[in-house]
Ligand binder design. Structure first.
Ligand code: SF4
Ligand code: SF4
Length: 371
């Protein structure tokens, strides 16, 4: 691992021609997707359906983590099993291919298995994101039988650090057991998700060894989002911390597949060192989120407020919401309204960054990296 984080201008990436070519090919295919999306709308008057939808299933949780982004809103009621299954039928009928469940803790929904089974029966790939505490052997096998294709478990450090962040002395032990149960049950894809903060950045090398020892091949490291209990964080304003994180990913991604999350959209000279393909915010183009109470918004990390609401499945069909909503994302409003982005030479690589990070003015990677 690098001892000192280099400045952006100090990086001299040694990348193979093949890596550059692959990245260019991916960038080209992404730009074709945006063109196709626009053209389809011009020709037919309709937008192509999202390829994946997320369901923010509940705001209940069995843990009380320090950095949780889901603590903001409170709901008296949640969608019923029938309402969620009807939503799934609607998205399957328009061509969506993936349904993923987040929260809160999805395993606290007693109807999670029938809901996932319904999605699977309609041909959708399904996934859940869980803290792993309740994922015992029996549940892992139930999820496998329900056809779940991927499970993402949260692990934020070694035993001491993870238990401190999760405020529970058993949480580390439980998630390590959950990994073993998922592997035994044969869940096709298992990913560990880590929220990077100043509390655990120094633990990443030790955590990598723990993941390798437990047979993990996919690791997603997400910089803390400025929402929920983490609203006041200054994580991404800490340039040295961001450099440390990106250097760590660059140094270790040959050992297991490490991704950084699309809330870091364009990473300047780090880009090809830490990922194989360009990443944009998918909201309104290929993704959206069903909220706890039936309102549709861009992604689970967006505050579930009226400002971010595109409509509700309690009053409209999903397709109507998808076709009539999401204008701000599709019209690249930021390019026109944000003077900084308007004159930025990275616009075509970045497109304004993450909408949630923007809420804390932590979206402009150019500003954050270029010290
Ligand atoms: S100014 Fe806008 S387009 Fe340029 S890097 Fe920053 S967020 Fe992205
Ligand atoms: S707003 Fe940010 S967190 Fe949400 S989908 Fe877009 S990039 Fe990801």
């Amino acid at each position: 691992m690098s001892t000192a984080p280099p400045k952006l201008s100090g990086i001299k990436p040694k990348l193979s021609v093949l890596k550059h070519l692959n990245y260019r090919r991916e960038a080209l295919s992404l730009s074709r997707f945006f063109k196709k999306f626009e053209l389809h709308h011009l020709q037919t008057g309709f937008y192509l359906p999202p390829s994946y939808v997320l369901w923010d299933s509940t705001r209940r949780c069995n843990l009380n983590c320090r950095h949780c982004g889901a603590s903001k809103e409170h709901y008296d009621t949640e969608l019923s099993t029938a309402q969620v299954q009807d939503f799934i039928s609607q998205v399957a009928s328009i061509g969506t291919s993936t349904f993923a469940v987040t929260g809160g803790e999805p395993l606290l929904r007693s109807d999670l298995i029938p809901i996932l089974s319904h999605a699977h029966s309609l041909g959708l790939a399904t996934g859940i994101a869980s803290n792993g505490f309740l994922l015992n052997r029996e549940k892992a096998f139930e999820l496998k039988v329900a056809g779940v294709s991927s499970i993402q478990l949260s692990l934020d450090g070694d035993e001491t650090t993870h238990n401190h962040i999760r405020r529970n002395d058993l949480s580390y032990q439980k998630v390590i057991q959950a990994i073993a149960h998922c592997r035994e049950a044969g869940i096709p894809r298992l990913t560990i998700s880590t929220v990077a903060t100043d509390e655990n950045i120094h633990i990443l090398p030790a955590l990598k060894d723990i993941l390798l020892d437990n047979g993990i091949a996919h690791w997603k490291i997400i910089p803390l989002m400025p929402i929920g209990r983490a609203e006041k964080t200054q994580l991404l304003q800490s340039k040295s911390l961001l450099h440390k994180l990106l250097n760590f990913v660059a140094d270790h991604r040959s050992e297991l597949h490490i991704s950084t999350g699309e809330n870091l959209p364009y990473l300047g000279e780090y880009e090809l060192l830490v990922r194989e393909y360009p990443t944009f915010c998918p909201v309104g183009f290929s993704a959206c989120c069903l909220g706890v109470d039936g309102r549709i918004r861009g992604c689970p990390e967006m505050p579930d407020t009226q400002d971010f609401c595109e409509g509700s499945i309690l009053h409209q069909s999903f397709d109507e919401i998808w076709q009539k909503g999401f204008a701000r994302y599709r019209q690249a409003l930021l390019k026109k309204e944000d003077p900084q982005c308007k004159s930025c030479n990275l616009w075509s690589n970045c497109r304004g960054g993450c909408w949630v990070m923007r809420l804390a003015k932590a979206h402009c990677i150019k500003e954050l990296l270029d010290e």
